[in-house]
Design a protein around this ligand. Sequence first.
Ligand code: GLN
Length: 482
Amino acid sequence: MNKIDLSNLTIEKAHADLVSLKYTAVELTQAYLDEIKKKNKDINAYLEVYDDALVAAKLADEKIKAGKATLLTGIPCAIKDNILFKGKIASASSKILEKYHATYNATVISKLAKEGVVFLGRTNMDEFAMGGSTENSAFGVTKNPHDLGRVAGGSSGGSAASVAMNGALFSLGSDTGGSIRQPESFCGVVGLKPTYGAVSRYGVMAMGSSLDQIGPIGKTVRDCEIVFSTISGKDIKDSTTIDENTYTRQRIGKSKPIIGVPKHFLTGDGINKSVLEAFNKSLESFKQKGYEIKEIKLPNISYALMAYYIIMPAEVSSNMARFDGVKYGMHVSGKDGIDDYFETRRAGLGREVIRRILLGTYVLSSGYYDAYYNRANAVRKMITDDFLKAFDSSRGGVDIIATPTAPSPAFKIGEKTNDPVTMYLEDIFTVTANLTGLPAISIPCGATAVDGKDLPIGLQLTARHGDEATLFEVGKEFLGEN
Ligand code: GLN
């Protein structure tokens, strides 16, 4: 067999190769396993490589030979460690779940398994998805494949790095405030945070239930589109999932989508110069491709980060209550039942998780509930209204809103660990899509040379609810995939 060129592989190309028997799914899987073996000890993208990946590949080969292959049959993928895969450990990179085995499959896993996808392993993340650098993992940081001295981003840092290092053809991440998009931006790959409710959350460990979405990560927009179309759809096991037809398509029959830019939000010294340059170049390239660029106003957007860092911990504090030393994972005995709870959580949970439980409990406590939580929810509504107005086609609205994905390229390991607030500022452009439920994609839009290394930069595109189609269309044209 010729060596498979993993760096230029896409799902459609691999599918064509597999069905024309250029190589088998076993050989393809082996090629990825070899690459992981070579690189993972340095990068730490995977926490575990499944020992039965080749068995799954063999089954995929049988399906292919029987002429029953779909686009994803035999395609190797990685999954974030907070998504349940029956019988396998799912630890959310936390000590408290280090030995916890999932007892059922997440809906996304069942859907992919049905297609004959090969699961290579589970990837590193910030503990319970809380963080933006994977430094909050109990099992070591994930390093950026473009510069091992820098973070891969987070919380889905392992999923992003696995694709960037040619250790998986695609991966799954979860996104509560940017965790799919920011690491993709840092690692130079594509990541989609779908419309809230488009993808079932059944079987993903809840962080902020009104914000969480599972989404695909790949090298191309088309790959993300293929995976999204497979994992999305109404699911009776998640009552917040929506039908494909829930939202009317405002763009039907129109020519090129109009791109809106909230310029007022892109000033100030919080944004790295190289990021702004890459962003402005991207706008130029859109113009050359015939897109109309319009300046828009999102009057309340500067409050998004504050609202997120009240609503998210509130939901975190409630979702984390289930880790009581009885139901799941680790148990540490104390003086009595209540003390067991304290001891288990003290031993099992990391600092950032505890910080957020404290913050969340505080903003939900009587007396502060109205002052913080309710106000943050009111702000959330105002921000959503701003976006809906900007997208309103009956008032000359735009079809896409463009911003950078993150205010900086990948930062150095340890650079922000002692200052949670600067770390939270990383989420400034991404949290709005979660607060509003809108779909957003991060695509690579350039790189900047720092210390002799090329660090990728990401462009974020946000669309109307349910309009992933426009994100894919514009994203593919931007990257020249058509
Ligand atoms: N970085 C953000 C946070 O720390 C986003 C996390 C996420 O999307 N899971 O909350």
